[in-house]
Write a protein that binds this ligand. Structure first.
Ligand SMILES: *Cc1c(COP(=O)(O)O)cnc(C)c1O
Length: 379
């Protein structure tokens, strides 16, 4: 059995597989001489809107700017509260702070790992009088769409914008609706390790709302003289790379789902996992397990050449840059519980069946060892 380390992600292996198409697209941009916006960006936006089943795709420089620009396009800023889960990547809340608004941290459901609509209701009721409730950002964590039925209902009652953070979930679906068309506005990322990854940064905002899309296009290029703006365009070269990668997007997603099915069958009942409702299709950007002895398990896996990562070991309401926003609020028990047990395993499409078998078997044997009571380990 080989003991070459298996990384958590491997975008280079995907490049080796798709190299002719990617190289041709990059070459065309270099020869064509149009290096900012232009034909590739237009073509990619059309293809992305098609993939997500929406009328408008506005590409931007990265996923964080996609969230920021979506907030700015709705005039959200100082004095406004934006509800976000605490169990997510820090950019979800960072974009809120960059807009000048205040993130209000909510708990997640400990079985789906996604924003709990009941806790959103609690946070709305506890909102201090100096803040106006304006938006909620459900995150489709690890690729699994959030509970939009519940969240949209609460949002409608309080007139909140629902901005979906789909940085990890492009390719997923809810009740047959692809990610992008589930919420009124959806932000996604093309960071190299996301389901559709560029060779650098990139992002996009998806919506059916033409007026919102027009404001976002203004903001992305200095505001068009109408509003204050940014410079946040998707590089033409990245659009070219993404166009080439779109050709294998569905097959790559299906391969990740196949690996997830194999993990689920092997790990059933031995480790915890993210529960996926029957109407929900995950993009499986990340595959996570839960274990009481997470740190010991991770160290043992690492020793055997299986990379893993504790996503997210520090909930946002406990980070140095964000905890000041959580001052007066209560505990987030689901978030804290998950953050102590979560561990991500490799699930990229270029893992072959032998790699997957090795990961499965190594996790199973390591879990069995980590289950041994401590007194029997030390003698
Ligand atoms: C990656 C990510 C982002 C930010 O995307 P960037 O392109 O890295 O700026 C935002 N939210 C979540 C949940 C992410 O995983």
């Amino acid at each position: 059995m080989t003991t070459d380390p298996i990384p958590l992600f491997d975008p280079q292996a995907q490049y080796a597989r798709l190299r002719p198409a990617i190289d041709r697209r990059i070459h065309d941009v270099l020869e064509g001489g149009r290096y900012v916006l232009g034909a590739e960006v237009d073509e990619f936006e059309a293809a992305l809107a098609d993939l997500a089943g929406v009328d408008h795709a506005v590409t931007v420089a990265n996923g964080t700017d996609a969230l920021l620009i979506a907030l700015l396009a709705d005039g959200i800023g100082p004095g406004d509260a934006v509800f976000v889960p605490s169990f997510t990547f820090i950019a979800t809340a960072g974009a809120v702070v960059a807009a000048g608004a205040t993130p209000v941290f909510c708990d997640v459901d400990a079985s789906t790992f996604n924003l709990d609509p009941g806790d959103l209701t609690r946070a709305l009721a506890e909102l201090p009088g100096h803040l106006r409730a304006r938006a909620v950002i459900p995150v489709d964590l690890f690729g699994q769409p959030a509970d939009y039925a519940g969240i949209l209902e609460v949002a409608a009652a309080h007139d909140l914008l629902v901005l979906s953070d789909a940085a990890q979930s492009l390719g997923g679906a809810l009740r047959g609706v692809p990610v992008g068309g589930i919420a009124p506005v959806t932000a996604t990322s093309f960071y190299p390790t996301k389901p559709l990854g560029a060779f650098g940064d990139g992002g996009a905002i998806l919506t059916d709302d033409g007026e919102r899309a027009a404001r976002m296009r203004d903001i992305r290029v200095h505001g068009g003289g109408r509003v204050a703006g940014l410079n946040s365009r998707l590089d033409t070269l990245q659009a070219a790379v993404l166009l080439a990668k779109l050709e294998s997007f569905a097959a790559d997603r299906d391969r990740r789902a196949e690996i997830a099915t194999q993990y689920e069958a092997a790990f059933d009942g031995l480790v915890g996992r993210q529960q996926c409702p029957s109407d929900t299709v995950s993009a499986f950007a990340v595959y996570v397990i839960l274990h009481e002895n997470r740190d010991a398990l991770q160290a043992a896996l690492n020793h055997r050449g299986i990379s893993s990562r504790a996503y997210y070991a520090t909930p946002l309401h406990r980070t140095a840059s964000m905890r000041r926003f959580h001052g007066g609020y209560g505990d987030l028990p689901g978030t804290d519980w998950l953050s102590e047990r979560i561990l991500a395993l490799p699930i990229y499409p270029d893992l072959d069946d032998r790699d997957v078998a090795r990961i499965r078997e190594t996790v199973l044997s390591t879990v069995a060892e980590c289950e041994v009571p401590m007194e029997r380990l030390g003698g």
